[in-house]
Structure formats: structure tokens, C-alpha cells
Design a protein around this ligand. Structure first.
Ligand code: URA
Length: 195
């Protein structure tokens, strides 16, 4: 089976998940969206109010900013894959609890296994921490790092500040935009090293 039907099947299963308490308070599961053949996968923290309402990731103010930044590197959201560490909205947008992240983790791993992106871009501290524990985002943002992750093997990660955090913080916004613009070069380098 090619990647897209595999991912569609997985996301349909995911939409019926009730493995943690978050499903009781949210409107719907937000599996993720984009191309199963994406070279870049963006991983945020979890759905907010708008995402919960529409069933799509990054469709609020932070999502609009993400779309704008994708535009600066000639990408559209249809050409990448966008997902979150937890697929159900934590009530009041609180941080997801460790047990909620753990129970949702296998879904994210399955998505990564199917998509096999060349680059995983973590958006914000919480997403970074899940893959790159004990790091400070202020020190590792804008750096590509190869890490071996149980269940998915070696992956290349690129850490960015979260668009929602940078939205109203001028200096963080500038750094995020600058880091974001380096994505095409990083992908080019990854590809050249493959050959
Ligand atoms: N913030 C996130 O981390 N994910 C979303 O989907 C929206 C906002």
C-alpha cells in the first residue's frame, strides 16, 4: 500500500481513540494534515480551540503565521505534514500531562513511520522535549540534530520556537522567521549527504 492510504487508515483509527481522558473534554481528535509524501513534518504541542472546533491542526492565529512562514520558503501546508504531540485539545489549552503525551505517543510514531520525513521540525519547547530531552530551546533552536528514537530509528530534528509564542514577541518572531528560512538549505544538505 502506498503512504497516503496507510496514513488515512491510521488517522481514521486515531479519530476513534479514547486512550486518555483528553478525549472526554475535547470536541474531536485532530490527527494532522498534509501530504503523506512530505519531506518535512512539523510537530506542535496540541490542538487549541480553533483546531478542536475544525478538526485540523494549526488553523488559528499561530497557524496563520505558520502558513505565512511556509510561503516564504515556497511551501504550502498541502506539501508538508503538520501534526501535534497530543491529538486532543487539553482543556483551557493547558500543557498536556506526561501521561497524556505518553498515551498519544504511539500515534505520532506511526505517523512518522509512514511518512518517513527527511526532517522533523519541532514547534515549541514541549514538542522538542519529547524528542530531545534535557535541551534548552534557547540554545538548540535553529540547529539540525540527528537522534536515534526508539521505534522510529535515526531522524533529523530541527527545533523552532512555537509560532504562538513568537507571534507577539518581536525578537522571538525575528529569530523564528530566520530559523524557518534555513529549512530548504537543511533539506538540501540532508539530500546531498544521502547520495
Ligand atoms: N498550537 C499547537 O501546538 N498546535 C496546534 O495545532 C495549534 C496551536
Amino acid at each position: 500500500m502506498s503512504k497516503q492510504p496507510q496514513l488515512d487508515q491510521l488517522n481514521t483509527q486515531m479519530s476513534k481513540c479514547s486512550n486518555c481522558a483528553l478525549r472526554k473534554s475535547c470536541t474531536q481528535v485532530v490527527p494532522g494534515e498534509g501530504s503523506a509524501n512530505a519531506e518535512v513534518m512539523f510537530i506542535g504541542e496540541g490542538p487549541g480551540a480553533k483546531e478542536d472546533e475544525l478538526g485540523r491542526p494549526f488553523v488559528g492565529a499561530a497557524g496563520k503565521f505558520l502558513d505565512e512562514m511556509l510561503g516564504t520558503i515556497n511551501l504550502k501546508r498541502e506539501g508538508v505534514y503538520i501534526a501535534n504531540v497530543v491529538k486532543c485539545r487539553p482543556p483551557g489549552n493547558r500543557d498536556p500531562l506526561p501521561e497524556e503525551v505518553s498515551s498519544c505517543w504511539p500515534w505520532l510514531l506511526e505517523q512518522i513511520k509512514i511518512i518517513q520525513p527527511k526532517l522533523i521540525v519541532t514547534l515549541g519547547r514541549h514538542s522538542m522535549e519529547r524528542f530531545l530531552p534535557n535541551q534548552k530551546i534557547s540554545q538548540v533552536h535553529g540547529k539540525a540534530m540527528r537522534r536515534e528514537i526508539d521505534g522510529i530509528g535515526k531522524q533529523i530534528f530541527y527545533t523552532l520556537y512555537h509560532p504562538a509564542a513568537a507571534l507577539y514577541n518581536g525578537s522571538m518572531r525575528e529569530v523564528l522567521i530566520k530559523d524557518f528560512k534555513r529549512i530548504p538549505k537543511i533539506i538540501k544538505k540532508i539530500k546531498s549527504e544521502e547520495n
